[in-house]
Design a protein around this ligand. Sequence first.
Ligand code: GAR
Length: 192
Amino acid sequence: MKKIALFASGSGSNAENIILYFRNKNGEKNEAKIEFPLIVSNKADAYVHERAKKLGVLSFTFSKADFETGNVLQHLQALGIDGIVLAGFLLKVPDNLLQAFPDRILNIHPALLPKFGGKGMYGSHVHEAVVANKETESGITIHSVNANYDEGAIIFQAKCPVLPTDSPDDVAAKVHALEYKHFPEVVEAFFQ
Ligand code: GAR
C-alpha cells in the first residue's frame, strides 16, 4: 500500500473528494493500493481540518519555518510517506521536500497552465484574472512539482468553456467540477 500525504491550505474539498474516491475503491475487489493517512496544512483555521475530523484522518498544522527547516519532512518520513498531493496548498514546496520526493509530488492548478500561473495566482485570483482577460475557456492542470511555481511537467489538462456572462464564481464552479471528476483518477494513475 502506498502512503500519500495530502497538503491543503483552505477548504479542502479536493482533499476530501480524493479520500472518499480511494475509500470506495479500496472497498472493491480491484484495490487501488493507495492510502491517505494524513493531511498537512499551513493554516490552523483551515476548513480542511474539519473535513479531516469528519473523515477520521489525521491532520496537522505546520508553520512556514517547519516546512523550510525539514520538520515536516521528518514527520512524513516517520510515517513512511511515499509521495505528496497538493490539493489547494499555497506555500512554495521547499527544496528538502523536493529532494526527498523526486517526481512524487503532484499539484492541481485551477487554470490552463502556462496561462494564469505563478506567484499570487491561486484560488479565486485565477478565476478573476480569467474573466478580466475575457478568456473563452479555462480548466485544470495537474502537474508534477519542481522548484518554480506552476512549472513542473504537465501530466493532465481538462477544459471548460467560459461564457461572456460568466462571473469568476461561475468559472470557479466549472473548474471545481473538473477537479472533482479528474483529480482522483490522475492521482491514482500517477502513483501506481
Ligand atoms: C482548487 O481549485 C485548486 O485548484 C486551487 O485551490 C483550490 C482549492 O480548493 N489551487 C491553487 O490555486 C494552487 N495554485 P479546495 O480547498 O476546496 O480543494
